[in-house]
Unconditional design. Structure first.
Length: 322
């Protein structure tokens, strides 16, 4: 078993009791210096909605993953390294941000995904503190809309006391996504180092039974939020078009995950996608739509806050940071 296998088959964060948590908070009175991601809450850009609401981004921290290998084994290493060099990226560092989109609109307070919670990685699970930093009570959240059910998007439904974080919210997920993770065949057919992904989903999704609603692609999940088919990363992976008057903001989830690779080489296959061929087709479709329609783009794993627009270049596409 490698260190990566071990990381995915156990809980890497402490098992917090209420007493231990209160002691921890008392000992970290200068959280902004000990947890730099918390500072990002105040720096988040705000998009003002035509309806009078606003769209912003909070950080759940960042993942700490092994160095990237070429997505597509047919690609020469020199081409891979050249791409990283042009973007001044260190191929030995793989720490993608985790960006939570927040939409306040009329009587709605909506989260797109809900972060990792306490039991995934030590570098994630910051959303509850971020919400407190910007004055949001999780009990006031009306809707949580999932792009998909991977741990860094779903496991935060439970707080440090194993209770629902947003207990009053309706939680929305695609029917295909729910069916995939809850199917017993998914667990038996998943590699050992990712079985906890399935176990975690199967432990958490039933906890939402009384407040879970299913959507289909093309549906208006809530007013002004359209579900877009971006399957490939997972069977029911969904992105969302938030319509804002004459403008649209695209919340892409994990359909676009890397500031260089996803844009310049969208056709390269990614082993993290359950269906790599479909994932590549989805990236191409999203990039073309975003460019042609001049959409603002918000992606979960792009450098915080993950907000920008898509441009075309001779190399393919380019992400222009807002």
């Amino acid at each position: 078993m490698t260190w990566l296998d071990d990381m995915y088959t156990r809980d890497v964060r402490p098992d917090w009791s209420r007493r231990r948590l209160l002691g921890y908070l008392a000992a970290t009175t200068t959280l902004s210096t000990t947890l730099p991601s918390l500072v990002r809450a105040a720096a988040s850009p705000t998009i003002h909605m035509a309806s009078g609401g606003e769209l912003s981004v909070l950080s759940d921290g960042h993942l700490d993953l092994p160095p990237r290998k070429p997505y597509d084994t047919r690609i020469e290493m020199s081409q891979w390294q050249g791409l990283f060099d042009r973007y001044q990226l260190d191929p030995h560092i793989n720490q993608p941000d985790c960006n939570i989109t927040v939409l306040r609109n009329k009587d709605k307070l909506i989260l797109f995904d809900i972060g990792s919670g306490a039991n995934f990685m030590n570098t994630t699970g910051l959303l509850p503190t971020q919400l407190e930093t910007v004055g949001i009570d999780p009990l006031d959240v009306t809707d949580v809309i999932f792009t998909h059910a991977h741990p860094d998007h779903l496991w935060g439904v439970l707080d440090n006391f194993d209770e629902l974080l947003c207990a009053n919210a309706t939680h929305h997920i695609h029917q295909f996504e729910y069916d995939y993770w809850m199917d017993d065949k998914t667990l038996s057919g998943t590699a050992e180092n990712r079985k906890t992904f399935v176990i975690g989903a199967q432990n958490r999704l039933p906890r939402l039974q009384e407040q879970l609603q299913f959507y289909n692609w093309g549906d208006e999940v809530v007013a002004g939020v359209e579900a877009i088919d971006t399957h490939g990363h997972t069977p029911g992976h969904t992105s969302f078009a938030i319509h804002n008057g004459d403008n649209t903001v695209l919340v892409a989830g994990d359909a676009l995950t890397h500031i260089a690779l996803s844009f310049e080489q969208p056709k390269w296959l990614i082993s993290a996608d359950l269906d790599p061929v479909a994932g590549a087709a989805t990236r191409q479709m999203l990039l073309e739509r975003s460019y042609n329609e001049n959409l603002k783009l918000l992606a979960f794993h792009l450098p915080y806050p993950g907000l920008g627009q898509v441009d075309k270049t001779r190399q393919g596409y380019r992400f222009i940071v807002e």
